[in-house]
Design a protein around this ligand. Structure first.
Ligand SMILES: C[S@@+](CC[C@H](N)C(=O)[O-])C[C@H]1O[C@@H](n2cnc3c(N)ncnc32)[C@H](O)[C@@H]1O
Length: 343
């Protein structure tokens, strides 16, 4: 059934794909596309492992971050908006119905403040990032060196499973805060946790899952390569005075073998949440070879790299559950949680 898109730029902006159909139809299209891709790539995949797509509690006004191009045109006017897909054309944006209301309300002020800053610094173009936390405070950056840096008193935050988690303009953070609790609850509900468990939060960012699930584990070990995210992870650990949680700065494929050998004999549960490109072959090799990890959760924002990686993991891991989560309603994107157990 066709519905009227909320956004006047729908069809040209390229950010949303499904504003013109009902949410039920969007969910079933996404669910089928994931099932077709994974069953087509992973030989022998049991169709019973697929679970229904978990809808987003918020269908519009959910994104806590917008990235906008800001530039001066030939006539000297300042333009602020999105680059149209596969073009060099800038579409001016005054409202984005998938961005949080606080961000939309802030856009006129953002244009004003960015203009003042760009003129003062003699910039002609910039990539602006504007973000908001659960408490509704908006901040932006992108003009000038270190303009995305924030002081701790200005960090954004969200509370997941009773624990406040801080993030900043210069760190990765999940775009849809409304669905994060459901993912953390699904991971926590598995029967894999024991009082002795070491939880490995790999590609941890600011420590969202390591912190939200810290009470389930005797020890939490996070690995994250981004300097700014590690800084926030340390802030989060210190804020909650969690002495059993540690973060290591570096690449999973480099640090994991050594960390696992130090944890030999311990009961480990790992969450991997890599960037869109998925896992390096050496990381897959480590996960396949390490008997210490008895349960693995793979959270992925790219069905394509997920299907490739699962095809390489499936001879050592049993794919037990595949649970899609609609982190990005109205867009073509889909997040997937896969629960794996040792074969
Ligand atoms: C999809 S994000 C997930 C972050 C976190 N789990 C969360 O939900 O907020 C991926 C994170 O992996 C980090 N990263 C990218 N490549 C990495 C690597 N090779 N080793 C460790 N971390 C990496 C990025 O900086 C980013 O913070």
């Amino acid at each position: 059934m066709k519905v009227t898109p909320l956004c006047s730029l729908f069809g040209s902006c390229g950010g949303c794909k499904y504003q013109d159909i009902s949410y039920e139809e969007e969910l079933s299209i996404k669910e089928k596309a994931l099932r077709d891709l994974l069953t087509g790539t992973i030989e022998g995949l049991d169709p019973l492992v697929f679970e229904p797509l978990v809808p987003s509690p918020e269908l519009y006004y959910y994104r806590n971050r917008l990235d906008l191009t800001f530039r001066r045109d030939r006539e000297g006017r300042w333009r602020m908006g999105f680059m149209l897909e596969n073009t060099h054309k800038l579409e001016d944006v005054t409202v984005c119905p998938i961005a949080r209301k606080e961000i939309n309300d802030f856009l006129p002020k953002l244009r004003e403040e960015a203009t003042v800053k760009a003129v003062a610094g003699e910039y002609r173009n910039a990539n602006l990032t504007v973000r908001v936390g659960e408490e509704g405070k908006v901040a932006w950056g992108g003009i000038g060196r270190r303009s995305l840096r924030m002081d701790p008193e200005n960090y954004f935050s969200v509370t997941i499973r009773g624990r406040r988690i801080f993030y900043s303009l210069d760190t990765f953070f999940q775009a849809n805060l409304s669905i994060l609790g459901k993912v953390a609850d699904t991971i926590s509900a598995g029967s894999v946790w024991t009082p002795e468990t070491v939880f490995l939060d790999l590609y941890s960012g600011v420590g969202l899952f390591g912190l939200a699930l810290a009470d389930l584990a005797k020890e939490v070990v996070m690995i994250e390569s981004g300097y700014d995210s590690v800084r926030l992870a340390k802030h989060n650990i210190a804020y909650h005075k969690l002495e059993h949680v540690k973060v290591f700065e570096g690449q999973v494929e480099k640090l994991l073998p050594e960390i696992l050998s130090a944890l030999r004999g311990r009961h480990c549960v790992a969450l991997i949440d890599p960037p869109r490109s998925g896992l390096y072959p050496s990381a897959i090799q480590t996960l396949n070879q390490s008997d210490g990890i008895s349960a693995l959760f793979y959270l992925s924002c790219s069905p394509e790299s997920l299907s490739r990686d699962l095809a390489s993991l499936k001879d050592r891991w049993k794919i037990e559950r595949i649970i899609p989560f609609d982190f990005f309603p109205r867009t073509r994107h889909l997040e997937t949680l896969v629960c794996l157990g040792r074969l």
